[in-house]
Design a protein around this ligand. Sequence first.
Ligand code: NAP
Ligand code: 8YV
Length: 307
Amino acid sequence: MPDLLQIGGITERMRSRLSEAFDIHQLDSFDAESITHIVTNGHDGVAPDLLASLPNLKMISVYGVGYDAVDAGAAAQRGVVVTHTPDVLNNEVATTAVLLMLSCYRELLRDDAYVRSGQWEAEGNAPLTRSADNQKVGILGLGRIGQAIADKLKPWAPEISYHSRNAKDVPFRYFDNLQEMARHVDVLICITPGGPSTNKMVNADVLNALGSNGTLINVSRGSVVDEEALIEALQNGSLGWAGLDVFQKEPHVPKALRELSNVVLLPHAGSATTETRAAMGDLTVDNLLRHIHDGSVITAVPECRHL
Ligand code: NAP
Ligand code: 8YV
């Protein structure tokens, strides 16, 4: 059986399917010469020195759609195909983005604490919140998940705009400048890939443009937002609210961010439901099994589609 290197955790269902076709090795004991396949995830990826040390590697299957933790360009140059799990998680991640936006608008955490602490009984009704209806929503990265977010938001009747490198054939307003879009909207939802081209794209200028009544939602990668600038903006009130699923150095979340009351924080749980992780796990394994069967894969990343 071919030798598979496992990086990071996999589900029992993944392990059971993989173990029928591969000898599975862990990072603390493997023979570099023998490894032909890797299974990893979006967080752990494959370290560049590890990638360079595996002479017979043929394929890397990523359990997630974001693959910024794998140098897919370097892999493609060596003829190593990288796959990921697009589409099967669109709806789940979109639900997470909408959940964060609604939680910020309707102060879900504050009001939950208000009831639990007995304040409601002792002090009367909680302060009013903001309506999430009819808001101007800017989507940074209108791809598969960005479009699913726009679809899920329909009942709240938003006016949707978007920023990406290219304009799309969609009925939404396109901004070729992110700061201008941030000035126009009430909510900015980040859902681009991570990596060098989007690094700290949401900087202090963008946050200031979003403004004191503005809400930032980040379900993309922590690297897309300048976290220091974000903390400062939330502390001094130049940005109103933030709903964050992703952070610069996960799982570390700065204390300053954890202490703020105008943020809602999730532990990178955008796709983390039993149903969606099962679909992602199946696609991750299906790609590996297809590759050992006939050398093809189902969902190669764009850099590797020619292989
Ligand atoms: P996708 O279909 O490839 O969409 C990405 C979008 O970002 C495209 O519209 C692309 O349009 C735009 N984009 C790419 N580079 C850009 C840049 N430098 N500046 C501006 N726009 C840029 O990807 P997807 O499937 O929707 O997934 C998006 C990302 O979401 C993943 O890569 C991952 O990082 C993140 N994600 C997070 C979670 C979570 O648990 N929080 C779960 C799944 C995914 P153009 O090419 O026209 O610019
Ligand atoms: C995963 C994600 O949690 O798909 C992605 O890009 O960020 C999440 O769905 C992550 O890849 C870890 O497996």
